[in-house]
Design a protein around this ligand. Structure first.
Ligand SMILES: Nc1nc2c(ncn2[C@@H]2O[C@H](COP(=O)(O)OP(=O)(O)OP(=O)(O)O)[C@@H](O)[C@H]2O)c(=O)[nH]1
Length: 205
């Protein structure tokens, strides 16, 4: 049982007015593009968002083939780490992929690699050649990471790697990701211009 948690509780300030999770990408909302990429690679979808986003996000996912759960932030605007914790608490699988709602090119082959590498550990996190860890496209043992995020938030430590300090995790080198799939998996779209450019790369509906 593989869960997927899509983080969608942000305010999309760089996108401007509107929720970038609902940005139109050649006929589908970005959240739906992400979800569709995960449909075969995972068994359930958890959408993490605020209460005021819930109905629109459900509508965007109408007809999705896997079970959907919504994990609301207990407090809005507490940042991605709080979103990860809320989403993972709602996941029913032992392991869950966490992915941001603005990564519509997430590659199922990369997802498979991350689940494989996480097996028996608490997390598998891609490590880019420039030293960046892709914590918002990584696989976690759901209960361990949710607890570690809660601890880090309690300590007031918002560093994105803070929850990993107490976990048994493995970095997945960029070269391994590139060998298994496509590095565009990590591309994230923050502005209307980026969404418009990406829309051209999807086949017309
Ligand atoms: N639950 C939750 N998720 C968040 C929060 N802030 C960001 N995220 C999510 O984390 C992911 C990465 O964050 P950003 O790309 O910075 O998204 P954002 O904060 O909506 O966008 P900007 O305001 O332009 O930075 C996105 O999927 C967001 O939905 C938050 O306060 N709560």
């Amino acid at each position: 049982m593989r869960s997927a948690v899509v983080l969608a509780g942000g305010r999309s300030t760089r996108y401007g007015d509107g929720d970038k999770a609902l940005a139109d990408l050649a006929g589908s909302p970005m959240l739906r593009r992400v979800a569709d990429r995960l449909a075969d690679a995972t068994d359930e979808l958890v959408v993490n968002c605020r209460d005021d986003q819930r109905d629109a996000h459900r509508d965007a996912l109408d007809g999705y083939p896997n079970p959907i759960r919504v994990a609301e932030d207990p407090e809005p605007d507490e940042g991605p780490m709080a979103g990860i914790a809320a989403g993972l608490r709602e996941a029913s699988g032992e392991y869950a992929l966490v992915v941001a709602c603005d990564m519509p090119f997430v590659d199922p082959a990369v997802v498979d690699l991350l689940f494989d590498r996480a097996a028996g550990r608490d997390a598998a996190v891609p490590e880019m050649d420039d030293g960046w860890y892709q914590t918002t496209q990584a696989v976690y043992r759901a209960d361990a990471m949710a607890a570690a995020c809660a601890d880090a938030l309690d300590r007031g430590d918002r560093k994105i790697l803070a929850p990993l300090e107490s976990l048994d995790w493995v970095a997945v080198p960029e070269a391994d990701v590139a060998a298994a799939g496509d590095l565009e998996s990590f591309e994230n779209l923050n502005t209307r211009e980026a969404v418009a450019e990406a829309a051209e790369r999807f086949a017309p509906q």
